[in-house]
Design a binder for this molecule. Sequence first.
Ligand SMILES: N[C@@H](CCC(=O)N[C@@H](CS)C(=O)NCC(=O)O)C(=O)O
Length: 281
Amino acid sequence: MTVSMPHIKLYEHWESTWANVPKLAQFELGYKKENVEWISIELLKGGNFDPKFLKVNPNGTLPALQVDGRNFVDSITSTRELIRLAPLPCPASGTFDVGLIEKVHEVGNIQGLSIDEAEHKEKSSGLLGDFFAERQVALENLIQMAPTEYQEFLTQKRAENQQMFDFYCGSPDSTTREAHYNQCRSAWNAVGALIRGPITDALKNTKGPFAAGEHPGEADFHVVTWLARTISNAGVSPNSPSSVAILKLKDRTGGDSYDPVIAKYWDAWIVRPSFKESNVD
Ligand SMILES: N[C@@H](CCC(=O)N[C@@H](CS)C(=O)NCC(=O)O)C(=O)O
């Protein structure tokens, strides 16, 4: 008897960092492209705040996964469900892996932060400035039209977005700018501490090159997705080898050396078909 694959929908966007985790997992776990229906949500235009999407994910974030009508509303639970239903087995995760995943998400994607005047100027006139501006317009419109049950959520989101909109699309004073740059420096320090600490420890704990050993596992899907976006945030093109990417990242995070397991990890990932197919960056 053949067991049929449930109907799986992945709500994603090409620019979403965390949607790359289940995408990567999909290709590593032996799913075919057509086994998972990708539904693009217009993240750059505030489509994640549309009540139609909020019905699927009340957090208004990507990714979300729907399996036969059941909703998984973040990258951790979505990826875990893909692992559970996967055509190919995945190395088992332990409490250490769960802790590592949490730490990676705690540090998070710091794409929205600028480290100095030059980066602020560059981001203001690029994708990020447009992103906060488009969201503000979308939120204003949605607040006019959305049912009452979403009003409080949308009003809160508008207030949060307003701060970033003012920072990137307005003329923030020097005290605000300095406070932001300090926040960004601390965030980069946290990136360095995560790489030099828990990620290095995890990689040294196994034969490697992955945290799960010879084949990537659950924690690896999160770690490499985060690492790839962090490398992009450091200004390096995503498919660059460790000799470029890891070197630049080391400089961005205070200059102290990284254990060689980090470079080995990166170089092992960038050649994998899953990495290319899911466009991780
Ligand atoms: N902890 C969540 C974070 C999800 C998240 O923040 N996703 C970003 C895209 S990568 C998002 O949807 N941001 C939209 C927003 O916060 O308004 C997860 O792991 O899924």
